[in-house]
Design a protein around this ligand. Sequence first.
Ligand SMILES: NC(=O)C1=CN([C@@H]2O[C@H](COP(=O)(O)OP(=O)(O)OC[C@H]3O[C@@H](n4cnc5c(N)ncnc54)[C@H](OP(=O)(O)O)[C@@H]3O)[C@@H](O)[C@H]2O)C=CC1
Ligand SMILES: N[C@@H](CC=O)C(=O)O
Length: 428
Amino acid sequence: MSGEKNLKVALLGCGTVGAQVARILLEDANELAARSGAGLQLIGIAVRNLDAKRDAALPQELFTTDAPGLIAQADVVIELLGGMEPAGEYIAAALSKGASVITGNKALIALKGAELNALAAANGAQLRYEAAVAGAIPILRPIADSLAGDHITKVMGIVNGTTNFILDAMDTTGAAFDDVLAEAQALGYAEADPTADVGGHDAAAKAAILASLAFHTTVSSEQVWTQGITEVTAADVAAASAAGYVIKLLAIAERAEAGISVRVYPALVRRSHPLATVHGAFNAVFVEAENAGDLMFYGAGAGGNPTASAVMGDVVAVARQIAAGAPLPNGSVSQAPRLLDFEAIDTRYWIGLSVKDQPGVLAAIATVFGEHGVSIESMSQQVDAEAGAQLRILTHQGTEAALASTVEALTALDAVHCVLSVMRVEGN
Ligand SMILES: NC(=O)C1=CN([C@@H]2O[C@H](COP(=O)(O)OP(=O)(O)OC[C@H]3O[C@@H](n4cnc5c(N)ncnc54)[C@H](OP(=O)(O)O)[C@@H]3O)[C@@H](O)[C@H]2O)C=CC1
Ligand SMILES: N[C@@H](CC=O)C(=O)O
């Protein structure tokens, strides 16, 4: 081993990501030491179940159920358990004794990041979580470091691999939602509780982390307006496709004069837009900055090996810093967020209506739009013997409040049987 120092590394978790991190730490020990300037000695792997089947190449004697005992001996702790507790308690214990922590736990960081960053700073430790957002894609360090001298105005992207995998399969093969979710789980993309993925909460946590770093503030996942993909139907996907669009779950963090807006929802994106070409569990994030202009980051957003790559990048960065003898300052939070009301956001709607097939219906509907100051970009009607008459209406831009009240008024019309779907439209 070429490093002068030898750092004791404790790994918490040996699931989809942890198993790959363990493999890399053992297989690449010499190279990692050379790149870090310090040896990285894996002293143990904490798991729940010692009898579970593991990669035979991982030495049995490393496994333990005593996570606190392992943390007590470690210089560097890698937390890959997931969930709020005991992960939060373990990270706090490590930071409190001055050990640096690497985690992929977006749910925890998006709620407790400020507190944990403060704890790290107070104890001269580092807290890094590149793997928490967009899997393998280096996105947090470019935002926090490379763009630290610029003003980021918008971050928009596909940051959840599971939902992109599901929506992409529904779009390209017409597969059913539940079948594709089961496949995403089997491939190790989904969270232990996949409702975090399909409900948009995983993307919301990532949006909160992106917004906090991009706008030098603290946004928690509870402040992110969130809608998942559970109500997106095969009919929505097919109708969007027929109109030249694809449906993607987007995370958007935007800064304007009046404040910032952070939101997650399924949105229609034109097929010609770069985000429409993001397939499977891949992620892509657009960043707009005043001086840099537009940047795009793309890559594998989930899975064991891609996520382990991001974890290992943080491990080497932490080790280099320790080997150099001076921890970096943690974060650059300078102001409380001024969060805009969701109702004030400008957006465009795509509205599906089941309507009566009779004269005067279109005029009545157009009148409702006019009364709410919302203009229509296009309207198409389809009449089908089974489903009856269906309208798909694409609006021009309006405030969320005006668009929502338009939909409410439409539901009260005698000519409208029901609202089939309401989705936002993003990108040019
Ligand atoms: N999977 C992915 O693609 C990505 C995951 N992440 C994040 O990485 C983290 C890990 O995810 P992933 O590897 O998929 O999760 P898994 O569910 O596959 O693995 C979790 C591991 O943690 C262990 N564990 C859970 N609770 C405890 C506990 N209380 N005490 C000891 N061990 C425990 C489990 O032990 P046992 O094996 O005994 O059950 C298992 O080894 C999560 O925060 C996730 O959000 C981030 C980006 C991508
Ligand atoms: N469940 C997450 C895993 C990576 O963060 C996803 O599907 O993106």
